[in-house]
Structures are given as C-alpha cells and as structure tokens.
Design a binder for this molecule. Sequence first.
Ligand SMILES: [Ca+2]
Ligand SMILES: [Ca+2]
Length: 736
Amino acid sequence: MKTFIPNQYGTIRLFIIMMILVFFFIVPIVRTNAVEVGDVIYFEGFESANTLKQNGDVTFARTKDYAATGMYSLSVAPTAANNYSGVALRNDFLETPMLPGGKYKLTAKAFSAKDATLGVRVETKDSSGGNTYGIVGMVKAPLAAGQWVDVTMNFAVPADHESVTAIVFHNDDQIPDLLFYLDEVKLEVTALPEPVEEPELTKVITFTFDHKTKEENLFTAASSSKLEWIKAAGIGKNDDTALQVTHISGKTYTSYDNAVRLTLSEPLPAGGIYHISVWFYAPTAGNEGKDTLTGPGVVLNDEYALSEFKLPSNFGTLPLDQWKEVNVKTPMMQKPLKTIDFRLVVNDDPKHADLWYIDDLIISQFGDLKEIVIPEWDLSLPSLTDTYKDSFLIGNVMSANQTMDAELTAMFKRHYNLVTAENDMKPQYLSPAKGKYNFSNADALINWAEVNKIKVHGHTLVWHSQSAPWLTTDTDGKPLPRAEAKANMKEYITNVAGHFQGKVISWDVVNEAFADGSGLPSDWKSALRKNSPWYLAYENGADQSKGESGADYIYDAFVLTRLTDPKATLYYNDYNETELWKREAMAMMAEELNKKWQTDKRNKQPDRLLIEALGMQAHYWTANLDIKAVDTTIARFVKAGVKVGITELDIPYGSYSNQHNKPLTKEEELFQARLYAQLFEVYKKYAANIERVTFWGKADSQSWRAKGSPLLFDRAFAAKQAFYAVIDPESFLHSK
Ligand SMILES: [Ca+2]
Ligand SMILES: [Ca+2]
C-alpha cells in the first residue's frame, strides 16, 4: 500500500515546497511494511555505491569503463576454479526481503568484451533447511561480445522453503579470465505469498536483571569484561535494574572475550525457531572519545565462524544514551540452543563501548518444534584407515574452524590419518600482501592434527588462483619482471615451507599449471596455462636465446621447496588428469624436470627425484567416470618413475553439463557406489605406487559440490552404499 503522508510537523513554507515537489518532481511517499505486486524491492545502478556482495573468489568494483545507463557499472572478475564465484544480491540486506510463496522478476543488464555466458541463480534453504542452488530459479545468459544484454529471470519461491538466501551472478561455465559488467539490477514483486498465520509465540524465558542471585550463574563474561547487577533509579529499560558490562582496560575486544554469555540452564530444543529480544544501552560517560559504536548483536552457541548464527545480519550502530532493541529470529536450530552471547559486533576498540548495559531479555519460541534429524557420526562403522593401513594413507579435508568440533574430530581420527587444509593454506590466506604472513588458521589446523596424530599434506604453494597479486603482478595489474617474481617466489616458499617444515609430510608445490586443452602435446610446455600470473611474470624478461620461458617457474618452485624442506615429498597436482593429453603432459613434465635435477649442482641426493609424486585430483562425475582411463593414467605415471597421490576425490551424481539437484534414489546411490568400488579396486592394484587417497569432503552436505551428493556419507552423516563399496570393493561388486 502506498500512502501519502505529509510531514505533520513541517511549517507551512515547507509544506508549500513539498507540494511543489509533489506536482513537479517527485511524490514523497512513506512505504508501509506491506508490499504490493509491482513493487521494486531492489534496484542498483552503481551510480553512487554498490550493494551487491562478494560470493566466493572474485574481484569486483564500481567502474566507469562501461555503463548501460549513467556513468558507472560493476565490473566482476570471478575465478574459474569453481562455478559459484561472482556477486550476490543477498536477501538479508533487503529492507523488504524475498519470501517463501512469493514470485519475483529479476532484470539486469550485463556486458562482456568477449563472448561469454553468465549464470544467474536463486539460492534458498528448502523445507528441511538444506541449501538449494538454482532449483528455484536459474538462467544462463549468453553475452555477445561488446553488447549490453538484458538478463531476465522470473521465479517463484516454493511456499514450503524456509528462506531465500541470495540471487547470485556467477561464472557457471568456469570460463577462464571471465570479466563481466552489471548495471541496472532490479528485483520486482510479481506475486505475493498467500497470507499465512504467524505461528504463535510462546514466551519461554525473560530476564529483567533484578534477581542477581538467580541470574549470576547464568550470565558470565570472558576475560575482557566484568559484570555487575545494577540497581538505581531509572537505570533499566523499564525499571530500576540492568546488567552492567565494563571492559577491563588493556584487554582485547575479540569475539567472545568481550561478550556476555547466557548459558541456558536447560538448552532450548533443536527443531525450534526462537525469537530473541534484548535492549542495549551505552552512556556517553564511560565511552568518551569513541567512534560510532557498531552493533549490537547476539551470537548463538559460540558459532563465531558461522554468519547464520551471528544476528542480526545487518548490525547497524548503537547511538549513545539511547536504548536500542535487538530483535532477531534464529534459524531453525539443528542442535539445541545452549548459549547466547551479547556483544557489540566489532573487534576494535574505537567502535566498541567500554561501558554498556543490557536489559529486558525475552526469549520465545515460534510455533511448534519440528522433528529434525540431527546428523550424527556413527563411530561403530569399520575404519577406512584400518582397512587400508597396509596400502596407503587415507585423507580428508578440514578447515581451522571445524577443529573445535569434538564429534567431527572423533570421526576424523577413526577414518583418516592425513589431512589437507581445504582453504587455510592457500597462498591468498597465508600471505595477502608483501611481507605479511598470517599463519594463525593454518597453525590451528596443524596443532589439531598433531594432537590427534594425523599427518598433514600442504596445499598449495604455487597456483594461478587464490594467490595474492603481490607475488606476480604490479599495482597496475601487469606481470612483474621475471627477476622480481623469482625473488618473490623465493621469499614466499622460504617463509611458508620454512614455517611448516617438519609439520607437513608433503606439499602440492605447483597446482593446476596446465590449461584446458586437447590433443597430445609434442612438448609439455606448449600445454601450459599461458595466462597464469606466474607464467606471465616468468615470461616477462625471459631470455629466449638461453632457452628461458614462462614455464621455468615450475622448476624453480620445486627446487626452492626441496631446498627449504628437504624431508617433504613434493607433488605436482592437477585435475582432468585422466584425459590423455593431460596425463601425457604431466608425465612428460615430471620426466624432463627430474632429469634436469639430476645434474643440478644444488642436488645433494642424486638418487632422489625432484617431482616425486603426481597428484590426481579425481574430481569425477558418475556419468562419465572412465575407470579404465584411471588405470591407464596411474600406469603412465608409474612409468614416469613417480609415486601417485589421489588428492581430492569426489564423484557427484550426473555430469558437468547435467548436474543433479535432488537427493539420490536407491538406484543412483548404488550406481555411484559401484564406481567407488571399481576405483578402489584399481587403487588397490597399484597400492605399491600410491601414497595416499584423500577425499574432498566428509559428508555430502559439506561438499563444495554438495548438490550431486558426491561423498561416502550423506547429509545425516550416515554411511552410504559408497562407504561399504570402499571398505570392501570386491565383495561389494560381487554382491550388488
Ligand atoms: Ca549505471
Ligand atoms: Ca531491568
């Protein structure tokens, strides 16, 4: 409903000016909460700001290079390493969010200087809280070189879905060096959800901070603050009591350190959605010299790493000397709600109050509890590492923030004796800028591995993707001169491989150096990814008369790593490794560089290879996994004299061009399991040559290719047929 409400406090003069505006320029309107069909709930032309958010690995900025209208558009350069990177219109940043049961029309103008395709998809949480990617809406827009193209997507959000997460503009076809521009992004309501009765709020718990003896065991502060139950006239929101929080001078402002935690005497059950209302207050006195205070907000169950448990998603600010309400709805809790932390969101002193109060906390439950399956690892299953203890190591990925999960840790120790950091050891995280190294996440993971007697594989040192520009590129985005890139590589590898020396058993020294090609190369160098920033920098100043080329970075990377950490096994790692041209290129490279190393003066171990192992990423698809090609590839690598590692194994259902979106049927699960069994038959045959088999993910729900259900364990963490296929491939194939 659109209503015109003149400013009742305005003067007559202001009213006249407003009337002129009404007639000649704009109609000032006050929008009520109600939305109508035809309302535009989002518009971005990038003229004064950008409100689209990062999604995955992407560089994006407002630019004057091109514009569909006005002066500005948004340039977006996503990685080609995955199909989801790009920019997102996040629903939680919309003042009027998209709702289940609603229908919407997205329009945008898109541009690319080269022919390309642009993926646009809707991401939601379905009725059980699982993520969906593109099921609700998906278009693939062809972008003709040099033209602004209209992109339109009409979609309906199913009424049974829990929520809408985002609309994402992404590099669906994983086009290398994709650079596209967006302008005039608009989201319109085309149908409203059927009105639903708001479920009843059941009042669960209230605190007014007038019962110190009852409350002081429930509310605690960590090391940075102290708490006091204050009783003074008018101090509370509606009464004379409030909980006072004082920052202890000199202590950090980091996360929980500076929060107040409520530990519920009885956790609120899983399957519920809860409403939390609480009031915050910060007085001027005690907060002198501060910047604008950021927040406040709450964090559920100590989950500081998960954005969905940090509420509200838009924190805003806390004005001094005014009570401010935080009024949030939790997601459907998959685990019981045990703790709620109250805090000002930022970790830096100027934006965080030193003296603040909370009062009138009310926690209620929305509607009835839903029955949910709480995923649980079954530790009575046969162990993967025990099964393969005489054959090879069995690995999986972890991230630093997962190491706090005791149940996950127990499961990991049971099935895996090797860990690869899914992200924490990638160059962009370890060294975002020259001279800057950040080892804290990686060290947390490595300490966890050490405590649990799990070996660590280092991933990865030299890669064209997810690496900070300082290594290879100048501030104008041009390749550095060869000598400078060489010096940077030396600095990086010496620092990083030096830091982890003795803590990793092996390194992916160079990752994915080959292009996406075809046809047998006569020379492996001709098959390299020529637009890799490392290749370009090494080419910049290469003396061709001495046989130098961009390809030389590979040999340098291996030699530098060997000299820095002589004990580590050195891998070259790549995907599509079973394609004939690529396996040949990989093998030829290993053969040539290993031969070169034999006569290198720096080589103190004449019997040892430089590239000791070739990593087969093994990111397969059920529709076209060719078991024979896997066998042939391993045989070819063995012939090259190197060891083999299966480094990132997963087999989502379907194919790259026909991706699966639904849970697997019994037949589909069996089909996938047979492929796992056949693969492991091959791996066992070559056990003497295979160092390790690493899976890329633990449960289907946690996979980077989750929608194809690619792993051994399902969303409830239950063992799938594929697990039993891996445990005993021969019997499995015989019986099924
Ligand atoms: Ca514009
Ligand atoms: Ca009170």
